[in-house]
Design a binder for this molecule. Structure first.
Ligand SMILES: NC(=O)c1ccc[n+]([C@@H]2O[C@H](COP(=O)([O-])OP(=O)(O)OC[C@H]3O[C@@H](n4cnc5c(N)ncnc54)[C@H](OP(=O)(O)O)[C@@H]3O)[C@@H](O)[C@H]2O)c1
Length: 254
């Protein structure tokens, strides 16, 4: 799967799945713009992309603030002159049930997980339509497809991203813009380690418990999700739009 000559913007590219995606895209010939809040980690990812022969830039932005979305697309276009792929990967979770979720936690998850993907996708689609096409890949979650105890608002936001994917896929179909989503299951990243700690487990015990619940009996890696994202971003998935691709070791199938 190649992204030779393509320009990609990846949100949350400073860690976990987004970082693995940036590095894989760089290896497969894309120029990449990565976003995040941490400039130090952004610089490391840019340097690692350059080591793989790719052009790369870091754009600092807190996606909790909706006003940053349009400038992120504008800055990418200013640097690279086009945008072929948008990966809406940045996400935030709080391990809290309905009664425990604070207003602040709810609105933060809504802003980062739903509002930012919508605003970024809208601006990207305007540019992609002018260019004659593009691909948008949303990183949703198995928790957008099923319920889980103690994580209500996150489940709601990921369900919204799945419906955003389907609705935009139809809206943008005749503009040559494909819109798809990947639904990771349990993936070993900082987010998963935080979730395990927030539930009062040690990392080792928490991961072992989660592993046991996954049908294929292991936690996934960020690189495994990056490859699913690459497929949906590349021309190899040219007939896929509105697809919701589970990459979860069988969790949702069970
Ligand atoms: N890990 C899993 O088990 C799992 C399962 C299903 C779905 N997912 C989804 O996969 C995506 C990536 O998660 P991950 O596991 O790779 O998590 P991670 O390692 O915690 O990375 C999250 C990324 O999002 C960025 N981010 C978080 N809040 C942000 C904000 N307010 N503004 C801008 N950027 C922000 C972070 O960048 P900075 O820290 O630099 O701001 C970081 O690059 C998320 O959408 C998550 O919901 C993960």
């Amino acid at each position: 799967m190649s992204l030779h000559g393509k320009i990609a913007l990846i949100t949350g590219g400073t860690s976990g799945i987004g970082k693995a995606t940036a590095l894989l895209f760089a290896e497969r010939g894309a120029a990449v713009a990565v976003t995040g809040r941490s400039a130090a980690r952004g610089a490391e990812v840019v340097s690692a992309c350059e080591d793989r022969g790719a052009e790369a830039i870091f754009l600092a932005a807190d996606l909790g603030d909706p006003s940053v979305c349009k400038p992120l697309i504008e800055d990418t276009l200013a640097r690279f002159e086009r945008l072929d792929v948008l990966v809406n990967n940045a996400g935030v979770t709080h391990a809290a049930g309905t009664l425990e979720t604070t207003d602040e936690q709810y609105f933060e998850q809504l802003a980062v997980n739903v509002t930012a993907p919508f605003l970024l996708s809208r601006e990207a689609a305007r540019a992609m339509k002018t260019q004659g096409g593009g691909a948008i890949v949303n990183v949703a979650s198995d928790l957008g497809l099923r319920g889980e105890k103690g994580i209500t608002a996150y489940c709601a936001t990921k369900g919204a991203v799945i419906q955003l994917t389907r609705a935009m896929a139809i809206d943008q179909a005749e503009d040559g813009i494909r819109v798809n989503a990947v639904c990771p299951g349990e993936i070993h990243t900082e987010m998963l380690e935080r979730a395990v700690r927030d539930r009062g487990h040690s990392i080792a015990d928490g991961l072992a418990m989660l592993e046991d619940r996954v049908p294929i009996k292991r936690i996934g890696t960020p690189e495994e999700i990056a490859r699913a994202i690459l497929f949906l971003a590349s021309d190899d998935s040219s007939f896929c739009t509105g697809a919701i691709l589970s990459a979860d070791g069988g969790s949702v199938a069970r």
